[in-house]
Design a binder for this molecule. Structure first.
Ligand code: AKB
Length: 317
């Protein structure tokens, strides 16, 4: 990244935002990264601006003040929370994207990162090895907003030459910041409950297989995509990326290798319907061909690393 670039992360306190902000600071220098969210977190080191992304005027002021050239837009309501407030989810997920796309259209910023999700797929999408281009019929408001967002990203690229890049994240698993409001969140909660109480009640059925990824791979994918030369980006909606797929039972079995007495029970709720509409595995060969993407972390590595970090964190409490 050229030295003159300044990055604004919107939604820097969320699950992805917390870790991506730290990684961007590490890679590009703290002085080149401005974090922003609705409220400043208690312990944050670096530049921070309080920002409601729906406030277009304030967003423009922050961009001008810091001479921002790249925006990572991470603020969104995820699948489960969005179902509880569909109108607001649509407003937040779509208007935030328009506010940022329009800054690029007006040449106030040069590059955008905006995450999409496996939630863009639906019941008619193939369940296994979903190709990059396929049937997409999402049934959740979150999935609909991500699919519409993908179409708008491509539209802004084709019509106005906006450099906007995107990944369809699978469920993301991390130890340093909790997820909020997703259907794949169980795969993070299960570790905390296993360590703290030795048991876990899962809101999905035991054999519900979903695509997942460990956060370090997701961060690397994001930065690699943003570093790719523009001429090599062939997908202007959002790239499929993949790492691993597992069910609650499979991850519970891995956890039992670390905590032999661990027990899991299943009490499916409304999130089961959401999970049932999503695919089980993803074909990410386009990302591999265009910018050399390849995941590194397997289920086994991830479980080992989660326990290493979480056990230390729980011991310190
Ligand atoms: C969710 O479960 O809503 C998210 C996602 C798959 O985008 N983690």
């Amino acid at each position: 990244m050229p030295a003159s670039e300044k990055i604004l992360v919107i939604g820097s306190s969320g699950q992805i935002g917390t870790e991506l902000t730290a990684q961007l600071q590490k890679v590009y220098g703290s002085e080149n990264v401005i974090a922003s969210d609705i409220k400043k977190p208690q312990h944050f080191s670096g530049e921070f601006e309080e920002l409601d992304v729906l406030d277009e005027k304030r967003l423009g002021e922050i961009v001008a003040k810091h001479k921002v050239s790249q925006v990572y837009l991470l603020a969104a309501l995820l699948s489960a929370t969005a179902e509880k407030n569909p109108q607001f989810a649509w407003k937040l997920n779509m208007n935030s994207l328009f506010n940022v796309l329009d800054l690029a259209k007006e040449k106030k910023i040069k590059k955008i990162y905006w995450p999409s999700s496996i939630a863009v797929f639906g019941h008619s999408t193939p369940k296994e090895n979903v190709p990059q281009f396929t049937v997409m019929d999402p049934t959740t408001v979150y999935g609909i907003s991500k699919l519409a967002g993908e179409r708008w990203c491509e539209y802004y690229f084709l019509k106005y030459g906006v450099d906007v890049r995107s990944l369809r994240y699978p469920g993301l698993i991390s130890y340093s910041s909790p997820p909020g409001g997703g259907t794949t969140d169980y795969a993070v909660d299960i570790f905390y409950k296993a360590i703290e109480t030795g048991s876990f009640q899962c809101f999905l059925k035991e054999d519900t297989v979903l695509p997942m990824m460990y956060m370090p791979d997701a961060l690397r994918a994001t930065i690699e995509l943003m570093e790719t030369e523009a001429k090599n980006i062939k997908v202007h909606s959002s790239y499929n990326i993949a790492a691993m797929s597992f069910s609650p039972k499979q991850i519970a079995d891995e956890i039992k290798k670390n905590i032999p007495g661990f027990s899991i029970s299943y009490q499916p709720d409304f999130r089961q319907n959401i999970a049932d509409s999503w695919p089980r595995s993803i074909d990410d060969s386009c990302a591999n061909q265009d910018w050399n993407w390849k995941h590194k972390i397997t289920l086994n590595d991830m479980v080992r690393d989660m326990f290493k970090h979480l056990t230390v964190a729980v011991d310190k409490k």
